[in-house]
Design a protein around this ligand. Structure first.
Ligand code: FPP
Length: 281
């Protein structure tokens, strides 16, 4: 696996981390709440936007590392619907940085088979941003190694509302509204992330213990990894540490661990629950 990463990165002291990773048990979908850009800048007496600019390097690193490791989907939280409350100059800078990122990285994304999939209420974005995103989506459409979801003007609740409205709209159009019933598959296939596996791992930088309206439906069983590291300082080594921690977790999806499934329940000799799903914890 070291070879794969060395193609695009200068050697970093993380080879031992890489050696410990089990390439067969990597998360299929990684989601990241990139937080702490403002604090990173403040600690250096820089304007907040300097933190966002520095954060772009971590975006590049995360995309390259996940792409090279064969991760199927990476979802980055770049701008929430609530972020419009920020000073106008900061919002404008975020749009500029996104456009610069797209322009600079487009060829790399294409060459590496990364398909860009912006998610959120994209119709409310400034026209210039919308145009650049549309162009990048078209240019990367053939990418089949990794899907890069960038959540922009995104909110998890808005996504669920949009999904229900889409379901209703389709049913009205098809004349199936009177008999419409909705199950989890109906909702999954109406979300912005339709067709992708649910995030196995949700990473949040800068130490806040919140999910901040991100992928609310999809993260039901995600493993959470919160680090105090601020997003601009989030290195490849730290990302590999998150993967290692993920591989140490036991995922039960509401069922029982293999150990407890084999041992009898403490006060009942008749209970042998092997792989029986309990209600979610
Ligand atoms: C959170 O830090 C970060 C953001 C709201 C924006 C993230 C954007 C980028 C890294 C740049 C553009 C993105 C892409 C995908 C090219 P914060 O400002 O909330 O930090 P704070 O909590 O320390 O104030």
């Amino acid at each position: 696996m070291q070879d794969l990463l060395d193609r695009s990165h200068k050697p970093e002291p993380d080879g031992d981390l890489l050696a410990q990773l089990d390439s067969d048990r990597l998360p299929a979908h990684v989601a990241i709440i990139m937080d702490g850009n403002g604090r990173w800048a403040r600690r250096r007496s820089l304007p907040r936007v300097a933190g966002h600019k520095a954060g772009i390097e971590s975006v590049r690193m995360a995309v390259e590392t996940c792409g090279n490791l064969g991760i199927q989907a990476l979802t980055l939280y770049a701008f929430s619907i609530e972020n419009w409350k920020r000073p106008r100059a900061e919002v404008t800078t975020l749009w500029r940085l996104l456009r610069v990122y797209l322009r600079k990285e487009l060829n790399t994304l294409i060459e590496n088979g990364v398909r860009l999939n912006p998610i959120g209420r994209l119709d409310q974005l400034p026209d210039s941003v919308r145009r650049d995103l549309d162009d990048a989506v078209r240019a990367t459409a053939a990418g089949n190694r990794m899907v890069l979801n960038i959540a922009i003007n995104y909110s998890g609740r808005a996504e669920i509302v949009d999904a229900f409205n889409r379901i209703l709209e389709n049913a009205r159009r098809d004349g199936t509204l009177p008999s419409l019933t909705i199950d989890e598959d109906t909702i999954n296939s109406a979300l912005y992330t339709a067709g992708l596996p649910e995030p196995d791992l949700l990473i949040r930088t800068s130490g806040e213990m919140r999910v901040s309206n991100f992928l609310l439906w999809q993260i039901a069983y995600s493993e959470l990894y919160v680090t105090d590291t601020l997003w601009p300082d989030f290195s490849r080594a730290e990302l590999l540490r998150a993967f290692l921690e993920y591989q140490r977790r036991e995922r039960r999806f509401g069922g029982l661990s293999s150990d407890s499934a084999l041992s009898p329940a403490p006060d009942s000799s008749e209970t042998h629950l092997v792989g029986v799903a309990h209600s979610p914890k």
